[in-house]
Design a protein around this ligand. Structure first.
Ligand code: M7G
Length: 183
């Protein structure tokens, strides 16, 4: 018997195609709900650092699309891990795996319900991982999730990470979005 997860999770893959709208470039890859099925998927696909620049992996609870517009995300935001270029080799894949394991293992405890999913974005300027939560107004949940992330990723206490509200990101395309929280 396989080991069931608390939730069913869906992996999405985004690849740029200038002839299509952004949301049409998001492809649902596969869903899984056991630890064993997660590892067979993980062992079968490229790691984020092997993707082409401009691509994303997203892992979300089943039924939530990796978009601001989804009902589960529309009042939410994300903790952002902005990596510098050299961290593609040292950290990107490790951080992504650790975050995915935190999510599927419900490591955020009573706040696990607030976690919608995570996105790894491979970009020439520096890769990024975002952990999306459902409601930016739930400061206790947001802050606890941020602190847990820092702990699990062994991010130094003096290095801060910021939380950005999707509604702010949406209107600020191309420029800097303010941090609503930081830890
Ligand atoms: P990005 O891929 O999050 O960041 O957004 P990047 O600038 O590092 O590549 C790039 C662009 O994709 C945005 O400016 C939007 O045009 C589009 N986009 C990204 N997201 C996450 C969404 C979304 O959730 N909904 C919609 N409609 N467009 C999005």
């Amino acid at each position: 018997i396989k080991h069931p997860l608390q939730h069913t999770w869906t992996l999405w893959y985004y690849e740029t195609d200038r002839t299509r709208a952004w949301d049409e470039c998001q492809k649902e890859v596969i869903s899984f709900n056991t630890a064993e099925d997660f590892w067979s998927l993980y062992n079968h696909i490229k790691s984020p650092s092997e993707l082409k620049s401009g691509c994303d992996y997203s892992m979300f609870k089943q039924g939530i699309r990796p978009m601001w517009e989804d009902d589960a995300n529309k009042n939410g935001g994300k903790w952002v891990l902005q990596l510098d270029k050299k961290q593609r080799l040292s950290d990107l894949d490790n951080f992504w795996l650790e975050i995915v394991l935190c999510m599927i293992g419900e490591a955020f405890h009573e706040h696990s319900d607030d976690v919608c999913g995570a996105v790894a974005s491979v970009r020439p300027k520096g890769d990024r991982i975002g952990i999306w939560t459902a409601d930016f107004n739930k400061s206790q949940a947001v802050l606890d999730i941020g602190r847990k992330l820092k702990e699990r990723l062994k991010i130094q206490p003096k290095q801060t990470i910021g939380y950005q509200v999707h509604r702010d990101t949406m209107v600020k395309a191309g420029s800097v979005t303010k941090n609503t929280y930081s830890v």
